[in-house]
Structures are given as structure tokens and as C-alpha cells.
Design a protein around this ligand. Sequence first.
Ligand SMILES: [Zn+2]
Length: 287
Amino acid sequence: MKILILAIDGLEYNLVQEFSLTNLMQQQHGTIDVTEYCKYHYTDTPATPIIWASFITGKMPEEHGIMLNKKYQSKTLEIARKTAQAIGLGRIRGKARVLRAFGAGKLTKEGIMQNGPEYYHNKGLPTIFNLAQQTVARNVPTWNYHQDRNLLAEYFDGKIDQHRLTVVLNLQLYADFEYAQKTAQTEYDLMMIYMESLDLIGHAMAGDLYTMQQFYKTADKLTAKLQKTIPEDSFLLIASDHGMQPKGQYGDHTNHAYYSANQPLEQPPTKITDYYHLIQKILAENP
Ligand SMILES: [Zn+2]
């Protein structure tokens, strides 16, 4: 059986429900509480790299070591400031602005998003990519993430307008699904494709429900198209790391992640660390 994971950053359960997006819901769906991850990040919100690291290893941050907690606060802020200067953020009016510009603390350079396979290898930590023969990982945080976050920073800094932001993120969403569509036709056992657009548009415009609906509808439509073309015996898992809620016109992470599967699950995941074992079980039972 082939396993295809769409890792959709920030995909919010409540919005999937509200917009009745049946393709994103698939056969079985639900939420996973990620409140416990707040303490590993200095902004006290569940943060992307930390959660995806737990997703791919099945381990909590104490074990995989990827976290940004209060202990490291001053160091991290200094890096954020330096990075902001390097990308020309200009006048920095304090830490809230910096953090907002980076999407609740994600860093574009020197960040934990780009740790890489050698990080896990050196720690002796297996990941889901060790569980299968032929694997594909696209832009997976802390594994082979290669995008930068300049776009959001530029938006918050007034260098690009709302229209440009939505156009670029929309294109990115189409490109991600196109990659999935194309690669799903090749030989693989396990494929994980990370998509960032819904998180970024949420940070910038979660207060604008119409725009959010447009993006969610696009993701739902492209999911339907993908579902029709993947091999019949594929296991399609859609998972997010956290959700998104409005904070004024902007947005912030919620404490629940989303999942949906195209097949019934005997034991649905209740923790992020369950995914590793779920994938291991499916691969073992369906060689
Ligand atoms: Zn985010």
C-alpha cells in the first residue's frame, strides 16, 4: 500500500466544518489536542517545526530536542532581529512585530525548520522516512524544508499588498498540489508533502473569512482532484500541526490539529506522536 501524507500547515478543523469541505474531511476525520506543545515555544503557542518533528519521529520534544522554549528566548530573539535586518525588514518596533512577521516565531534562516536528516541521524532517531523503502519528502519542516518566510515579513512590513500576497500564496497552493498529483504517479511507498499557504494566509488574514474560504475551497477542490488520480490502494492522510483563529484582522494558531483519512482507522490518532506508529502499522500490515 502506498501512503500519501498531505501535511497542511495550520489547516483548521472548525473552518473545514463551517465551509463543509467534504473532500478535506474524507472518510474519517477529527482533531488532536496540541496544547502540551505550547510550553516548548517561547510564544506559548503550538509551533510548526516542533510539532512536525514529533510527527515524523513519534517522539515528544524532550526526546527529539527540537524546541524553542523560554530558556532560549533571548538567543532566539536576537537571531530573529538579525534575520529581519538581513532581509530588510527595516524599522523594528519591538519583539511583537518581529514575532508576528515570522509567523509566531518561525525563523527564515539559521532556524530549526532546516535541521535536516543529519540532525536525526546524529541523534540516532529514526523517522517515518526510515520505515519505507522508497520515500518522497517535499519541504517537510525540520527534514528538508527549503522555503523562506520573506513573503509574510514583506506583507507585515507593508512592502507587498494584500493582493500580491494572496496571488503568490494561491499559486504556491496550486504548485504544491500539482507536485502531489505528478509524484503520486511515480514509484513510492511513503510520500509526505508539506503545504504552507493556509498557515501563511491565516497569519495575515484570518480575520477575513471570505479570503479564508477561498483558500480552503481551493485546497478542497485540489484534494478532490488528487483523490481521483492516486492509485486505488493508496492511504491518503491529511494532517495539520495546529489550526488557525482570527486575532483582529490577523491570525494565530489554535491548540488543535486536524486529521482525515480516506480509510477507517481502527485506532485514530489522539496524539501527534501516534502518527509514527500508525504509519508503521499500515506499512507492516500492507506490504
Ligand atoms: Zn503558523
